[in-house]
Design a protein around this ligand. Structure first.
Ligand code: AMP
Length: 117
């Protein structure tokens, strides 16, 4: 299930290169091109869904979030800790409209206050 004008669908299809971290039948994880932390990896389902509110089947959601611990282990942030983040829509500044989980770590973060000052 692909959306033709979607950047992450093109990455999943191998039409745009990425730095692959993990892949299985259902998900692809790759490093963010503009990392906000020493570790900044994105996990995407291979099927296209715009965002977390896009009627994603429970099994698909489970496979997406099931990859988080694997990616954290591969990137070496399990022990130190890491943050997972999913932006949805304009208020959250979602810029790529193919659901993705950010995995951020590798250095101390703040308490995660969501609002800009
Ligand atoms: P969001 O703002 O939550 O939609 O996150 C989209 C993320 O995709 C941003 O952190 C971008 O830096 C990242 N991004 C955009 N284009 C690419 C790309 N070609 N490869 C890897 N990451 C990308």
């Amino acid at each position: 299930m692909r959306k033709d004008d979607c950047l992450f669908c093109k990455i999943v299809a191998g039409e745009i290169p990425c730095t692959k971290v993990y892949e299985d039948d259902d998900v692809l994880a790759f490093d963010d091109v503009s990392p906000m932390m020493p570790v900044h990896t994105l996990i995407v389902p291979k099927n296209h869904y715009d965002n977390i509110a896009d009627d994603i089947p429970t099994e698909e959601m489970g496979r997406l979030f099931g990859a988080v611990a694997k990616v954290a282990e591969i990137k070496g942030v399990t022990e130190g800790g890491f943050r997972t983040l999913v932006n949805t829509g304009d208020h959250a500044c979602q810029s790529v409209h193919h659901i993705h989980v950010h995995v951020l770590g590798g250095a101390q973060m703040n308490d995660g206050s969501p609002a800009a000052e």
